[in-house]
Design a protein around this ligand. Sequence first.
Ligand SMILES: [Fe+2]
Length: 385
Amino acid sequence: MPHYHSLGSIPHKRHTQFRKPDGGLYSEQLFSTEGFSSNYSLLYHTHPPTQIIKVEEPTDVRPKAATDNILKHRSFQGFSVKPDADYLKSRKTVLFNNDVHISLAAPQKSFTTDFYKNADADECIFIHEGTGTLKTQYGQITFSYGDYLVIPRGSIYQLEFNDENNRLFIVESFSPITFPKRYLSKYGQLLEHAPFCERDIRKPQNLETIDQTGNFLIHVKKRGLLYPIWYGTHPFDVVGWDGYEYPFAFSIHDFEPITGRVHQPPPVHQTFDAHNFVICSFVPRLYDYHPDAIPAPYNHSNIDSDEVLYYVDGDFMSRKHVTRGMITLHPGGIPHGPHPGAVEKSIGAKETKELAVMVDTFHPLQMTVDAQGIEDNNYMMSWAE
Ligand SMILES: [Fe+2]
């Protein structure tokens, strides 16, 4: 989805003989997520990427829906999700529909013995706390606080954390995660009015070719089941690749806010686009500069989307009792707006330090049993004066 990139050695012409020093052929693999009709990359493996030696019984990791379906504003204490040593077990889905799953995770240990492949969904992992390295077949990307790691579905990866304190907000998208179309030229370049540009997109680096045979366990997620599939060759045996399809990082701190004389609507914060939902970044910015401007957002009818806000850091002028890692869900069908007193309080304010990630879905979200366990039941009443 970003631009053309190439690492390592590749043959001059695609689909031609590309030989190893011993005379054998490298194995070419076309990697795409939309058949043969969209972006792709070509990877050159030391061994064919097809050598499965064992498949074990899958584990069901489909989200478990809560039975409480009352239409109301909700909030969840995201940092109450229990840490877990295992990265895959640490992932707890809190809200979901057919287009998107939203999860929280507090993994304590690096996930570098086995491998993971989400064959269902692109992943956008927002790093709230933690630093480390995303390791993939395409190379490595170091990450830290504020990074979105965007991983196309089907990518095989590992996550190395530098310590035990990690908090992740994970969006799984059942369609490709792209940049908003209005920010792209007809040739795909990010336009001048976009809140970020190609220089802000961090691509894989440090391609290491690991030529090993043995037993390599890839946990493959497909149709909500996690299959342990053993391969006879190391998945990171790529000597080179090129193309447009690969994982990348973008830091929320590189998002340049779009501001105005009066309040700007939520789409100015949009960062990513997908089928039936968007991801937005609310970043520190100067407030509206009309002399009579009201910086707090207006109430809005919100008929056709479920609005999920994940609070990262800073102050949140429109809401009370906000804590780091908190999630609010304002479902479609009932209006929402600032808390009592927040509008008057905002007048005259010059800037905000707020940092938050928003996911707006165009079909209703379902809450999970895990979310119910961290719900703040009083939130619905917090607008009553
Ligand atoms: Fe809203």
